[in-house]
Design a protein around this ligand. Sequence first.
Ligand code: MTE
Ligand code: MO
Length: 327
Amino acid sequence: MLIRMRNSSDISPSEITPQSIYLDRRRFLAAGALGALGLAVGPGRTRAADAPAASPPAAAGTPPKLAPIARSPLSTDDPQTPFEAVTRYNNFYEFGTDKEDPVRNASKMHARPWRVTIGGLCAKPGAYDVDDLIRANRLEERIYRLRCVEAWSMVIPWVGIPMADVIRKAEPLGSAKFVAMRTLLDPQQMPGQRRGILEWPYVEGLRLDEATHPLTILAVGLYGEVLPNQSGAPIRLIVPWKYGFKSIKSIVALEFVEEMPPTSWNRQAPNEYGFYANVNPAVDHPRWSQARERRIGEFFRRETLPFNGYGEQVASLYAGMDLAKWY
Ligand SMILES: Nc1nc2c(c(=O)[nH]1)N[C@H]1C(S)=C(S)[C@@H](COP(=O)(O)O)O[C@H]1N2
Ligand SMILES: [Mo]
């Protein structure tokens, strides 16, 4: 983004996943074929190591089995980006700025036990163990497109909690207009926080009507299993019609506020990243075009869609706003 921004067409061949592994990855795992495809993950980063223990209930710090998971009509049927790409090609600057730094370094983070506080302008503030939050809510699979402001995209089968459910239970006051969110601050666990790339902790925010929109989820898993650390474990935002940087990872706090809260990338470069950051192919980033994108795993670039293809559901949220100004 601000640092080390490569030309969007400059994705190395190793980052482009062969179409062939869209086939059932379990079959490939069983056949030991990932190595043959050059897609073996690094030491200790096999999917099995990230999977929840098969054992029964829930010692503190043991991730729960994510079940039941309801399917959702809000999912896309675009082909899904393979698990290996979703969990190796990441932006998570708390662990470094190279795409594979998060998978290499995020095992330092203790994603469990994990507390999330919900507070600010609401009648029912609280502090929750993330697994209690998960058990208290319904889980849905949401297969969404993710469009990074850097002009690449993926299709990811998240498992998440509709954010509206969490917000409703907190009973925000009439004066609450925005939800501010914050990532863990702990340079011991997050070595990237020893460098001043961004002001830490990472912060983000949504208008309350955006946060309670049915498409907005708090993701706690992907591909049916708990989130790997590099993907923002144990809980992260997904707001699929906005550029990826809005989808803040490893959240420790939600706060209802009256004024538009500061957001990390807007604070870093206000002329490049807006608060709203809705995907908009008609408004270029000052340093590159947003008209097209590279879907990871595909060879040809494809056109970027307004609101990342979710315009029918969300455009009305922005009626009357100048989207060129607020991109
Ligand atoms: N805390 C935190 N959240 C973050 C980021 C980050 O650096 N730190 N990067 C953002 C960006 S730019 C993108 S594109 C997405 C990437 O999510 P993924 O790695 O799961 O694909 O996470 C977003 N959330
Ligand atoms: Mo991004």
